[in-house]
Design a protein. Structure first.
Ligand SMILES: NC(=O)c1ccc[n+]([C@@H]2O[C@H](COP(=O)([O-])OP(=O)(O)OC[C@H]3O[C@@H](n4cnc5c(N)ncnc54)[C@H](O)[C@@H]3O)[C@@H](O)[C@H]2O)c1
Length: 352
């Protein structure tokens, strides 16, 4: 017996909605049945290109459509909270883009709305799901490199000031390099460290551009397991990109990256060896696969609301540290394994 397809509505047809549609098109058990955007031309373009039947002029119209099981919230950071809460209250499962929201209170309301409505909430921490990331995590989890010692995670690239939409140049709207891309860096780092952060010390500033948000950050993060990692997120005015993660374990080292050159390398015996990995046909395929799986199997998605709230907790604490010049201790009362959204967890993905 074949399972019914997951019927998805995409809200917000800016730049990255295309990657979501491509990923869904590569999966058999998911389909886009509707899109919503304020601009008619954008709706038309997506409906035509991806053969989508319905186009709505706002998210409220889309959320009223009973033929939609799940939505992707793919627009401005300052709108993630409101639209996610509305979508949960409309009974839809939600995949919301990163960064999750602009405050921990907003994150909590999103998690609560999902729990109250018995729907899944996942945050689009895309870099978690890259073929290179999944392979690297598999190697680390296998224990073949021995106990973890430390990791450094980079995302430095041209900020593209001239082409950067204004909301990304305004911290008030949740913009800046730290919230926009540092969120990927801290997500990957924390995932690799396989522990919950307890404190952070950071330097964050606006150093290469004149704008109302940061463009560069360096953070030193301590974890519950006693280890520490470093997160670097810089949007420079000129340079060359580096998205590498370097992990050092007792009996081996690991480097992996998805942008520029794609690779997973293991270092042993003073040599770096290239490790093969599965490269999916669409960049976000694994992300959508995990989201659909969490709904079909009634399990918590890998980058759940709780997990992503913790990532935001680290980001906000780093901002406070940058202002005070002091290490900031996280509240971290709850652990991300304490599920608070969706129906009860039956099994774990093992991806976090
Ligand atoms: N995961 C990744 O790798 C990745 C990459 C790029 C962007 N993103 C994230 O994706 C999100 C969207 O970014 P973007 O640059 O594509 O967005 P954008 O700002 O370019 O586009 C947003 C679109 O939403 C529409 N819109 C606004 N309000 C609406 C409403 N109420 N109902 C329906 N439509 C509405 C606008 O008309 C616009 O077309 C951001 O959170 C961003 O950080 C993620």
């Amino acid at each position: 017996m074949s399972m019914a397809k997951l019927r998805v509505g995409i809200i917000g047809l800016g730049g990255i909605a295309r990657a979501h549609c491509d990923a869904i098109a590569s999966l058999d058990d998911v389909e886009v049945v509707a899109v919503a955007d304020l601009f008619a031309e954008k709706r038309r373009a997506y409906m035509q290109k991806y053969d989508i039947a319905k186009g709505y002029a706002s998210h409220t119209e889309l959320l009223a459509d009973d033929a939609i099981d799940a939505v992707a919230v793919v627009l401005g950071h300052h709108l993630h909270h409101r639209l996610t809460v509305d979508a949960c209250n409309a009974g839809k499962h939600v995949l919301v883009e990163k960064p999750m929201a602009l405050s921990l209170e907003q994150c909590d309301e999103m998690i609560e709305a999902a729990a109250n409505n018995n729907v899944k909430l996942m945050v689009g921490q895309t870099q978690h799901f890259y073929g290179t990331s999944l392979k690297a995590k598999e190697i680390l989890d296998s224990g073949e490199l021995g106990p973890l010692i430390t990791a450094i995670c980079y995302m430095s690239k041209n900020w593209n000031f001239a082409g950067r939409p204004p909301q990304y140049r305004s911290r008030f709207h949740g913009g800046g390099m730290w919230l926009t891309n540092g969120v990927h860096v801290v997500d990957r780092l924390t995932w690799v460290m396989a522990s919950q952060a307890v404190s952070v010390s950071a330097s964050i500033g606006t150093r290469a551009h004149y704008q109302a948000s940061d463009d560069s950050a360096t953070a030193f993060i301590r974890y519950k397991n006693g280890l520490a990692g470093v997160a670097v997120a810089v949007g420079f005015a000129d340079g060359a990109p580096n998205h590498e993660i370097q992990v050092i374990c007792a009996n081996g080292a690991l480097r992996f990256s998805q942008h520029g050159e794609k690779y997973v390398k293991v270092g042993k015996g003073d040599q770096w060896e290239d490790i093969p990995f599965e490269d999916p046909p669409a960049e976000m395929r694994n992300e959508w696969k995990a989201f659909a799986e969490s709904i079909a199997q009634d399990i918590e998605p890998p980058t759940s609301g709780e997990w992503s709230r913790h990532i935001m907790e680290i980001l906000f604490a780093a901002e406070r540290s940058a202002i005070s010049g002091r290490e900031v201790v996280l509240d971290s009362g709850l652990s991300w394994v304490n599920q608070r959204s969706g129906t009860p967890v039956a099994i774990h993905h093992g991806w976090i």
